[in-house]
Design a protein around this ligand. Structure first.
Ligand SMILES: [Zn+2]
Length: 298
């Protein structure tokens, strides 16, 4: 299967609509009168889309995402979360219909890679599948937030959306949280193109290279939990510890994580119900008690 390295939300970024909720109540919190509404559209053309629809629908994935994202955001109106046959691996915020679209092909691809990656370690299947699909859904929710709440962004919106996706995923204290972020990093490496095939289109794309997105996620999850996730880092010494994240990048990851968490928390304050990222007392308790087998380290 060929997947373009720039997969996910390249199809429909469109014009940003006027904000639906620029005003905030006197409490400083925006109105919360809407919810995420799951919807499964038809899949009729490709076997891949049909398979992706089945895995999503049978496991009530859109329902779970709608519920979990609903607990995170304060919405001024209902936002559909739509499963759709797109003809390719993709997901996007659709500014015209004001909905989050998750293509069935994306679920099929995530399942395929989850199966391959969990060979010999079956407990990794759900961590990987949930980690990838939730990361992509949360990424699209970040585009939604930027558009719906007219949030300012500097730098590339795609990179900002990856930041918020990781921060939202890290609010989950279970294996889908930190383990899911690391698994999503694994996915970006899994689908990345050979650098020898890079061309002008690759470098000009609005998304960072898949490899870059993978290293960013590793940096941020390590930065959130440096005490328990040092296994992700290549550490000099005898013997050298071989994680995937180079030591030189890892050195700055705690600060990088804190900086982006503070920025996103400031921007989203009126619109969010959760404390972004890892809760301050979690690093040495909950995560420390978890088996590290669910954290991919290479
Ligand atoms: Zn995007």
């Amino acid at each position: 299967m060929v997947i373009v390295a720039t997969a996910a939300c390249g199809a429909d970024d469109g014009e940003k609509p006027a904000s639906q909720a620029t005003g905030t109540a006197t409490t400083g919190q925006a109105p919360d009168t809407g919810k995420f509404v799951p919807r499964y559209d038809r899949a009729i053309f490709s076997e891949e889309a049909k398979a992706g629809k089945s895995v999503a629908q049978d496991n009530k994935i859109l329902e779970d995402l709608a519920q979990d994202m609903g607990a995170m955001y304060r919405l001024p109106k209902d936002i559909p979360v739509v499963g759709m046959e797109c003809g390719a691996f993709n997901a996007f915020w659709d500014p015209d219909s004001q909905s989050i679209v998750l293509c069935y092909e994306m679920f099929a691809v995530a399942e395929e890679y989850a199966k391959a990656q969990s060979e010999g370690r079956p407990d990794y299947f759900n961590v990987y599948f949930d980690g990838v699909t939730r990361m992509i859904a949360f990424h699209e929710s970040a585009h939604m937030a930027i558009s719906l709440f007219s949030l300012p962004t500097t730098g590339r919106e795609e990179d900002s959306a990856d930041q918020l996706a990781a921060l939202l995923q890290l609010t989950d204290p279970g294996p889908s949280g930190a383990g899911g972020v690391a698994a999503a990093a694994d996915f970006w490496f899994d689908i990345s193109d050979d650098p020898a095939a890079f061309d002008a289109d690759t470098f000009a794309d609005e998304h960072s290279l898949s490899q870059v997105r993978g290293y960013n996620l590793l940096c941020w999850v390590y930065g959130a939990l440096p005490d328990v996730l040092s296994v992700l880092v290549t550490m000099p010494g005898e013997p050298e510890q071989e994680g995937r994240l180079p030591y030189e990048r890892a050195e700055g990851c705690v600060d990088e994580y804190k900086q982006m968490r503070a920025a996103w928390a400031t921007l989203l304050k009126p619109y969010i119900e959760v404390e972004l990222g890892v809760s301050d007392d979690m690093g040495t308790t909950t995560m420390g008690a978890q088996p590290t087998t669910t954290i991919p380290t290479r």
